[in-house]
Design a protein around this ligand. Structure first.
Ligand code: CO8
Length: 261
């Protein structure tokens, strides 16, 4: 199934249990304005409600993933408007979504673009991708989760360096510091994204959602609380049909056919 959300800044397509969200302002390297924030919000609403979707991919149209917030808006933005812009809430919704979200970083992922990618569960980069938090060059700091998620992903040392210098790094360096899962040649980019999405979409939907929840909880809780959360979620899975199917399939030496229940 393919559908267009009716907001051209964001294109939402669905096929075989996988949703693809495309950021579509290529003339300005997919800089994020209100249309993109609203479009992303609607796309997340849609995916959230669609029980047929297990995996979502976010990528950019053209040569950029996203070069961050549309800087032309900053000129007249008042402090309260900057605070309530809604960008940070979008990244949080991606992180809390009960589906797996993969960032397909096809080019620049700068500022808010890097922050969207970091809120996703996995990041696949084309070898042309570039990452950075250049906000310091504008006299500001990351405002959509960068100061919070970057240290968790790459450690305080590198996060300080990237945010304080505003330096841009290439895909290989992003891989080396643990910011991305995989770097692939441009010609294999779509295929690699599809392959990762397909592999994950064939797993049980409840197990995927609970694995995501448990891993994210580990970043914010002490070990004992985290282990309690894990035990609870592990136990929940013993009430699912997918657990029956997964175990039966192993014992019968066949491939499991999960139904997401
Ligand atoms: N905002 C607005 N326009 C942009 C942006 C942007 N972030 N990035 C690129 N563009 C536009 C350019 O102005 C240019 O437009 P035009 O053709 O009309 O001149 C077009 O896109 C193409 O860009 P360039 O000609 O600059 O292309 P280059 O290949 O020479 O350079 C770069 C590419 C290096 C990516 C360069 O465009 C650049 O440095 N862009 C800005 C990157 C940046 O600083 N991003 C951080 C923004 S701040 C942010 O993201 C904070 C997020 C939290 C916000 C919270 C809510 C308020």
């Amino acid at each position: 199934m393919t559908m267009n959300e009716g907001n051209e800044a964001i294109i939402l397509e669905k096929r075989d249990g996988i949703a693809t969200i495309k950021i579509n302002r290529p003339d300005v390297l997919n800089a994020v304005n209100m249309d993109i924030i609203e479009g992303l919000s609607r796309a997340i609403d849609d995916i959230e409600k669609d029980s047929g979707i297990r995996v979502a991919i976010i990528t950019g149209v053209g040569k950029s993933f996203s070069a961050g917030a549309d800087i032309s808006m900053f000129k007249d933005l008042k402090p309260a408007e900057a605070r309530n812009f809604g960008f940070s809430e979008i990244t949080r919704r991606l992180e809390l979504l009960d589906k797996i979200v993969i960032a397909g970083v096809n080019g620049y992922a700068l500022g808010g673009g890097c922050e969207i990618a970091m809120a996703c569960d996995l990041r696949i980069a084309s070898e042309k991708a570039k990452f950075g938090q250049p906000e310091i060059n504008l006299g500001v700091i990351p405002g959509a989760g960068g100061t919070q998620r970057l240290p968790k992903l790459v450690g305080k040392t590198k996060a300080m360096e990237l945010i304080l210098t505003g330096a841009m790094i290439d895909a290989q360096e992003a891989y080396r510091i643990g910011l991305v899962n995989e770097v692939v040649p441009e010609e294999r980019f779509d295929e690699s994204l599809e392959e990762m999405a397909r592999t994950i979409s064939q797993k049980g939907a409840v197990a995927l959602a609970l694995a995501k929840r448990a891993i994210n909880a580990s970043l914010h809780t002490d070990i004992d609380t985290g282990l309690e959360i894990e035990k609870d979620l592990f136990a929940v899975l013993f009430s699912t049909e997918d657990k029956e199917e997964g175990v039966a399939a192993f014992l019968e030496k066949r491939k499991a056919a999960f139904r997401g229940k």
